[in-house]
Ligand binder design. Sequence first.
Ligand code: SF4
Ligand code: FES
Length: 241
Amino acid sequence: MPEILLRIKRQDPRSKKDPAPRWEEYTIPYDVNLTVLEALFHVQENHDGSLSFRYCCRASICGSCAMYINGAYRLACQTNVKHLDTNVVTVEPMPHLPLVKDLVVDMDEFFAKYEYIEPWLIRNSPDPEKEIRQSPKDRKKLDMPVDCILCGCCYSSCPSAWGEDNYLGPAALLKAYRFEVDSRDEAGKERLPLWSNERGVYRCHTIMNCVEACPKELNPTEGIQWLKKAAVRRRLFGRAK
Ligand code: SF4
Ligand code: FES
């Protein structure tokens, strides 16, 4: 296929002239390494410089370019057009999030909820003289949650988050899990009231859209289920693990 047809859902909600969503189509020269992000650059450079989208690393580690591509949550920089197996590529902003413009959504609430969970290592003990060592077995527990790149795909895909503005959502709760299982963190008891409530883990109904949506193949539901059990263990035995 020497060319592909790129269909982009565009809208500028702030424009008085044309606030309604519309589909625009662009023909893009194809090559075997073309990614969806590169196709968007082609539009910006050759057809319409006003097309808005986010990106940064171009290496699937910053999470900025999360979009809804051919009916699935994907990172535009990680999505090779060849692997979509079609010459029609449809790109939409992540659904269920407030739109800023074209493919850019408002992530303020997502990051406010992430911050709320206090996503940093907290120690109550006096500062050690040397680094805090961690066994390979304990480090292994972090393998899954540390790979989260905060792209927001899980949050956008979660019906519990659509219906309940207050719900912290899968990414923030996965981060709470990440620190609960970290052998060096000592804030488990203090963080517990932040996530062990109706705004937190009990709002998750294990629909598991987050697992399907995650472009890093992580499992936020597994972390949330672990937290639910940890809350019970803390109440019964005074410790999460
Ligand atoms: Fe993105 Fe996956 Fe992290 Fe959710 S868990 S923010 S989908 S990387
Ligand atoms: Fe960073 Fe795509 S540009 S993940």
